[in-house]
Ligand binder design. Structure first.
Ligand SMILES: O=C(O)CCC(=O)C(=O)O
Ligand SMILES: [Fe+2]
Length: 303
């Protein structure tokens, strides 16, 4: 089966990266990995950008994934959501968008999604310079791992994932994908076995956006990121406008909302991306550029 990449669909935007604030820029999971016959120091990058998703886009996406005027106190609408997502075999299923809802989103991205894509592309100026050889691309390769593991179904891949975490749910640490752990697949045949971030290979990155209009601190439901070797980590609170960009090989999980959230779901949308290296150029991505300047917690800056 051919390995196909779909270029992110965008629209013209007046937004510029300077409108966002980088509130976290972390490197975790430091280790030595083999690379092109040598070795290099590997990090998994975690960047949190505030003021990335406009409130209009956030509201439109939430309405689209639920229904305009939907009473969120009743949980997610069963017409678009099902309890069929699990971080691992044996865990009780949590709410995820149905395949139909995901397929509709992928086939015909609404203007709000195009705007999010456009803002993402604006973080990657190289992609605009050369239409023919985009640096940013959406991947849906066969053989990539994914956290939506149904009871007995084989591991599958979705370019989008929707989550609606509710109090009482159980989540487990997982990686969205690790090219060093892919099975034999067209992906592996083309790109080989490599540690994510290797120069000249696709960098697998997830974009996570939070969709609730408000999520008070005592409702919990942070996304937790863990350094797998030291067992210390970082908690990121769901906030409107906030986007998380993480290397897909970084361990993370949702934490369940606290009982104070009642039955209100904590909605998130995850976009799985492959940042393709361009021929004869160093593997330069916005994520790597951003990560040139690690910032202490408590500071923020605009790219
Ligand atoms: O919603 C979140 O905080 C993270 C979701 C996640 O890890 C995933 O969908 O793979
Ligand atoms: Fe994940």
């Amino acid at each position: 089966m051919a390995l196909e990449f779909e270029l992110l669909r965008t629209r013209p935007t007046g937004w510029s990266p300077a409108d966002a604030r980088v509130v976290l820029n972390a490197r975790m999971d430091a280790r030595i990995v083999p690379d092109s016959g040598c070795a290099r120091l590997h990090y998994a990058h975690l960047v949190v950008l505030d003021d990335f998703v406009g409130d209009i886009e956030r509201g439109a996406l939430l309405d689209l994934l639920t229904a305009p005027g939907w009473d969120h106190g009743q949980g997610p609408p069963p017409s678009k959501w099902e309890r069929a997502t699990a971080d691992g075999a044996g865990l009780p299923a949590t709410w995820g968008l149905t395949d139909e809802a995901l397929a509709a989103l992928a086939a015909d991205p609404p203007p709000a999604m195009l705007e999010v894509h456009a803002r993402l592309a604006a973080l990657f100026p190289d992609a605009e310079e050369r239409e023919a050889a985009p640096a940013v691309s959406l991947s849906d390769p066969e053989g990539m791992t994914d956290r939506k593991v149904m009871a007995d179904a084989p591991v599958r891949c979705a370019a989008f994932v929707g989550n609606a975490a509710v109090a009482g749910d159980a989540f487990a640490y997982h990686v969205d994908a690790d090219p060093a752990a892919f099975p034999d697949s067209p992906w592996r045949a083309r790109f080989g076995d490599y540690a994510n971030g290797a120069r000249g290979r696709p960098l697998l990155v997830s974009l996570l956006v939070y969709l609730d209009a408000a999520w008070p601190r005592d409702w919990g439901a942070e996304t937790l990121f863990l350094d797998g070797r030291t067992d210390v980590g970082i908690a990121v609170r769901p906030k409107p406008g906030r986007a998380v960009l993480m290397d897909q090989d970084l361990l993370h999980r949702v934490s369940a909302p606290s009982p104070a959230a009642g039955s209100r779901p904590r909605y998130s949308l995850v976009r799985k991306l492959a940042l393709l290296p361009r021929a004869n150029l160093l593997h330069q991505t916005a994520l790597l550029r951003l990560s040139e300047l690690p910032i202490p917690l408590g500071y923020s800056w605009s790219p």
